[in-house]
Design a protein around this ligand. Structure first.
Ligand code: NAD
Length: 768
């Protein structure tokens, strides 16, 4: 069965437009249709307007402007014929059964047999959606439930009916996984599927219990977050984020469709406060504020008893110092009681959902990890507490104990058999996890291996077929002397008998760049010699990587900043996760890129075919990018800035990054020759003056600060090539020397140290 070559999305609202954007991000042409608005000049105004709006939305639904061109707007009256050559049509119109069904009939009349039709419904069961439709339609129909925002939320719940064609399901699942980058979780055709049903239960229980216990929203969120590995938005912060107005829709639908005995009904209490907040438009971040808001005098939170705003009060709960979750839940204080009542009921509800809403516990865990960014799924949390302990405590407090918890008894939901991870099934046995083909994770490799090399801030793993994987293990994967030294050692080791290197890790971000804390410490004690040694070490190791006799592939994801971007510039190739945010941000902390960032960017822009020839255009382009610390907002955008090459690969699904990077590395092995050192032609003094004038213009317009003038002046001294003549041909080493000298002059200045200190303490740049 062929894959998806063209798609259509019907309904250009919040979800439909952004789902269309994700198809476009995957490089798939997509038709976006909506109704013809009454009295509008353009019949496709809704879809056209949605695309235009998305180009201005932050966080951006599109990964690049180029992607936006793949979306063709239209309307359902004139353009339905366009779906004839589509392989997949996603319906994302308003949540009304009659309208959805009427649309399906129209779609069925024009679609090719075999074109998949799916609904993005949050609440309507598949059985109802397909009622009365022909069997041929039912065969090609499924629910694909994306989460908002579809580009950034990894979870995709898929629901099929008894008639859904298994081959069609396999095709859609594979495309959603590999091309759209989603993690597919199979859900049963039960109300609210998995993530909404359990998530809304958790949120509603969190609100009710906080009100009953007299906790402030700050206290409740402090409890219902870090201690259980839940994001710091907790319950109230998360409701503000998704919008309080969405909750009544989902809860009304759940209340109407769930069996009378379902524990959900107890969590669905009418709360006057919530009703009033919605009436007043206090629906969260997209409204006039929510449980939290930014008031005239600073951040405020709502008083749950009076509904009035008051200044934010930081939660003061010494009980939360307890690191062990079970010990915390067993504590006597109000925080412990709240934590127990919310988590206890939520974990119990999770257990009640298997097998009704999900085939097994791993689907529920995956849905909560990806749908809510929980660090641990509910069953992983139960394992921390002990299923037996949880069942005992639930019974002691008068809560029912779900069958699955009784079945588990003292057994864990997850166990290791040798190096294999297994989960408990509903028949009381254990089932092995199998990773889909093309998914390779260090997490799995680490269970069966010891590192080939290791020190305090990096490890090296053998990922098979002659490829070694270099992993940062320092805080924020920052770069320091130990991991630079280990990289040098790894390069020597590979030269003696391995084939290739992959630079990759499974932290939150690829790398935050050089360890600024250590830099600041050294600068404060004027250890200039030490600092310069580290600059030289970085330059040497990165060039050693670039000219190594074997191919290297860097596999970034999330942030890859400063020195973390420079390593990408020196690898033979990059295989980047689509969500890679990379750039040379050194100027933001009062420095210049000095581990070869300037040398590499100069060479890349000079070799770029679109650039006019001559000594000035390339340095001007690098100056423009680096002086304002440009960070690309996607891997696609990183290509526009030349942080990545056109030939570098992009992986949409984070779990497939390592396997793709390894494959890329192996593809480069045969006849590999390291690159030849680039030839430079730089403008010298006249270029430096031109950059200075440009910076002065920014200063006059109030865009550049006083200290920016110092920093960009130093950057200009590097990019212009220093005191060279246009006829000179400076070498890579010459420019590395300029990088180093400029870096060392800047690190000794108060303005730079103030910037570093502010970055370290607030995480934000200082505009001095
Ligand atoms: P929305 O109100 O933002 O957009 C719905 C769009 O559908 C509107 O542009 C409307 O003009 C259009 N429309 C209505 N009837 C139509 C028809 N007959 N033909 C073509 N277009 C029509 O809604 P949304 O939030 O994008 O939700 C869309 C679907 O996705 C719903 O089924 C909803 O339950 C589901 N969903 C929403 C979210 C969310 O967070 N908003 C999350 C997951 C799923």
């Amino acid at each position: 069965m062929a894959g998806i070559r063209k798609a259509a999305v019907i309904g250009a609202g919040t979800m439909g437009a952004a789902i269309a954007a994700q198809f476009a991000n995957a490089g798939i042409p997509v038709v976006l249709l909506d109704i013809v608005p009454e009295g509008a000049k353009s019949r496709s105004a809704l879809a056209t307007g949605a695309i235009a709006k998305m180009l201005k939305t932050e966080p951006a639904p599109f990964m690049s402007k180029r992607a936006a061109k793949l979306v063709t707007p239209g309307n359902v009256e004139d353009d339905l014929g366009q779906i004839t050559d589509c392989d997949w049509v996603v319906e994302a119109i308003i949540e009304r059964l009659d309208l959805k069904q009427a649309l399906y009939r129209k779609l069925d009349a024009v679609r090719r047999p075999g074109t998949a039709i799916s609904s993005n419904t949050s609440t309507i069961p598949l059985a109802r959606l397909t009622e009365g439709l022909p069997d041929s339609f039912k065969r090609d129909f499924l629910i694909t439930h994306f989460f908002n925002p579809p580009r950034y939320m990894r979870l995709l719940e898929i629901v099929t009916g008894p008639e859904t064609d298994p081959e069609l399901l396999a095709k859609i699942s594979a495309f959603a996984d590999i091309s759209l980058g989603k993690s597919v979780v199979r859900a049963k055709d039960s109300p609210g599927f998995i993530a909404n049903r359990l998530g809304v239960f958790w949120l509603q229980t969190g609100v009710i219990e906080a009100i009953d216990a007299g906790l402030t929203v700050e206290e409740a969120d402090a409890v219902m977050s870090k201690p259980a590995g839940i994001p710091k938005t907790g319950v109230f912060g998360l409701i503000d984020l998704v919008g309080l107005d969405l909750m009544p829709h989902i809860s009304a639908s759940l209340a109407a469709t769930l069996a009378p005995g379902d524990a959900y009904h107890a969590a669905n209490r009418d709360l006057p406060l919530i009703k009033t907040m919605i009436e007043k438009g206090l629906i969260g971040r997209k409204g006039k504020g929510g449980f939290y808001r930014r008031g005239k005098t600073g951040r405020e939170a709502i008083d749950l008893a009076t509904g009035e705003y008051r200044p934010l009060q930081k939660a003061n709960l010494p009980e939360l110092a307890e690191r062990d979750l079970r010990a915390l839940l067993a504590g006597p204080g109000k925080a412990a009681r709240y934590c127990w009542r919310v988590l206890g009921q939520t974990l119990s509800y999770a257990a009640a959902l298997v097998p009704e809403a999900a085939e097994d516990v791993s689907a529920i865990d995956e849905a909560m990890r990806l749908g809510y960014n929980w660090r641990f799924g509910p069953f992983e949390l139960i394992d921390k507490l002990g299923a037996g302990w949880l069942a005992g405590r639930l019974a002691a407090d008068g809560f029912p104990v779900p069958a699955l918890l009784k079945l588990a008894g003292e057994k864990p939901f997850y166990r290791l058999q040798g190096t294999e991870r297994e989960f408990l099934t509903v028949d009381g046995g254990y089932q092995k996890f199998t990773r889909p083909e093309g998914v390779l994770l260090l997490e799995d490799i680490k269970r069966s291996q010891r590192p080939v090399l290791k020190n305090a801030s990096a490890s090296v793993w053998d990922i098979g077929d002659g490829v070694l994987c270099f992993e940062y293990t320092s805080k924020s994967n920052s770069l320091d002397q130990p991991n630079l030294e280990l990289l040098a050692k790894t390069i020597d080791l590979i030269s003696q008998g391995h084939k290739a290197l992959v630079i990759y890790n499974e932290g939150e971000n690829f790398s935050a760049g050089a360890n600024l804390g250590l830099g600041l410490f050294a600068a404060n004690i004027a250890a200039w010699g030490e600092i310069e040694k580290l600059v030289v070490l970085g330059q040497q190791v990165y060039k050693k990587l670039k000219y190594a006799p074997f191919p290297s592939v860097a596999a970034p994801f999330g942030m890859a900043l400063g020195g973390g971007c420079e390593i990408l510039l020196h690898a033979s190739a990059v295989q980047a996760h689509a969500e890679t945010y990379t750039g040379l941000v050194e100027c933001g902390v009062g420095l210049v890129p000095a581990w070869g960032g300037c040398t590499e960017m100069l060479a890349r822009w000079a070799a770029n075919k679109a650039m006019p020839r001559g000594p000035m255009p390339a340095p001007a382009k690098v100056f423009e990018t680096v002086s304002v610390a440009t960070v690309s907002k996607s891997a696609a955008q990183a290509k526009e800035h030349l942080f990545l090459r056109e030939t570098d690969g992009i992986t949409m699904n984070r779990s497939r990054l390592l396997a793709d990077a390894k494959a890329k590395a192996l593809s480069l092995v045969e006849n590999y020759t390291p690159p030849a050192p680039p030839q430079y032609q730089l403008p010298g003094e006249s270029g430096r003056v031109a950059f200075k004038l440009a910076a002065e213009d920014f200063r006059r317009k109030g865009i550049a600060t006083e200290y920016d003038m110092v920093v960009t002046g130093e950057l200009a001294s590097v990019l212009s090539g220093g005191p060279v003549d246009i006829l000179d041909r400076p070498t890579e080493q010459d420019i590395l020397g300029l990088e180093r000298a400029a870096f060392m002059r800047l690190i000794k200045r108060g303005g730079t140290l103030a910037r570093i200190e502010t970055m370290l303490t607030t995480g934000k740049p200082l505009r001095n």
